[in-house]
Design a protein around this ligand. Structure first.
Ligand SMILES: [Zn+2]
Length: 377
């Protein structure tokens, strides 16, 4: 079922258990539906909240919010999601600029502003998720348990009801690097969705419970990683990508590309095993894994066994795992420890999502790795 002009998306079943109905309008200061686990759904842009800064806008929203901006045409409807991670501001900053400019999209667009509570927690844009909550972008799959699960299911219900032709979910990486897209399936339509953002697209068979994975059941969907979270390059990528996506007559058919898409397949996540330790620096420091302090510079270049990525403790690569999509631990094919204790690629690799934040490495992963020959592990 679609959404007609002037209608509020059927709100009752989008609220979390016990949080009551979602309001059919939003006024600054009236944000009771902003409780975590519930989703405020608006049938228009909350323009009255756009006067201050982007953080003031988020404070006024008060919680996860979905709103529709009417386009010059009704279709093809598109969805743009931002801020699923609270410390990744490029998407919401680009959205705020877009709304402030008064621009009108080509067709009706549903915007989703995700983890508002984490983004607005002091000092602002500092937290991927609140301490006592799970990573929202791991909860878009059954059983949709708890407050985050309920919220994710509400977002998917709203998206399904909007009946979109396509969806883009905009993120930042925790480390510095070029922009790229991630998709669970590949087609010319998915490449078109990348227009304006990047010419790198990772086709991933890893399933984590991300929005883009679940939304693929509804329409062609991609995640865009715009680059580092505090990087004007990433902000520019988001702004340019939004302009293109929102103004395109058909984002799924944007014509021939000037630059061929660089497709990367079969990523694996290099993760720290439980109770293992990690550090970053210039010398081994007794941790199970130490990565060189500037390891981010390897993002998207080809690394070979000649490259020194850091140091491993006595247990070598056994402190790490790299699970393939079919459940094999391929870490010994990814990384190796030389006789001097140095951590090196076991073969030619492309690395991405390389972080130098120990907390991100512990909670999520050190980086993703792809065979440089683009062959399955
Ligand atoms: Zn993210």
């Amino acid at each position: 079922m679609g959404v007609g002009r002037g209608h509020v998306l059927e709100p009752a079943h989008y609220a979390a258990e016990g949080t009551g109905a979602v309001p059919d309008g939003l006024r600054a200061g009236m944000v009771s539906a902003g409780m975590t686990g519930s989703l405020t759904v608006l049938d228009d842009v909350p323009t009255e909240l756009l006067g201050g800064s982007v953080l003031e806008f988020l404070h006024a929203l008060g919680g996860p919010t979905a709103f529709v901006q009417r386009g010059r045409h009704g279709a093809p409807r598109r969805v743009l999601a931002t801020l699923i991670h609270g410390d990744e501001p490029s998407g919401i900053c680009a959205l705020w600029k877009w709304l402030q400019s008064g621009a009108v999209p080509y067709s009706d667009t549903l915007f989703i502003v995700g983890n508002v509570e984490a983004a607005t927690a002091a000092p602002g844009f500092a937290w991927r998720h609140l301490d006592d909550e799970r990573d929202l972008n791991r909860c878009f799959r059954p059983p949709f348990a708890g407050r985050q699960g309920t919220l994710c299911r509400a977002m998917l219900d709203v998206i399904a009801e909007f009946d979109p032709a396509c969806l883009i979910d905009v993120h930042n990486t925790s480390g510095v690097g070029p922009a790229f897209g991630v998709t669970p399936e590949h087609s010319a339509q998915h490449e078109s969705l990348m227009t304006g953002f990047s010419e790198k697209l990772i086709v991933s068979d890893i399933r984590l419970g991300a929005l883009m994975e679940a939304a693929t059941e509804i329409c062609p969907s991609i995640t865009v990683e715009c680059g580092g979270a505090i990087d004007t390059y990433a902000d520019n990528v988001a702004e340019q990508g939004f302009e293109f996506f929102l103004n395109a007559a058909d984002p799924l058919r944007t014509g021939d590309r000037d630059v061929p898409m660089e497709l990367l397949h079969y990523p694996v996540r290099v993760e720290l095993k439980p109770r293992r330790t990690i550090g970053y620096g210039h010398v081994p420091d007794g941790a199970d894994v130490v990565l060189v302090h500037d390891v981010e510079r390897f993002n998207f270049g080809v690394v070979s066994p000649d490259h020194h990525l850091g140091w491993l403790g006595d247990d070598g690569v056994q402190a790490l795992t790299a699970m393939s999509a079919d459940g094999r631990d391929v870490i010994a094919d990814v990384l190796t420890r030389d006789i001097g204790g140095a951590l090196r690629p076991a073969r030619e690799l492309k690395l991405f999502m390389v972080t130098t934040k120990a907390q991100a490495a512990r909670e999520d992963c050190l980086f993703y790795a792809i065979r440089a020959d683009d062959v399955q592990w």
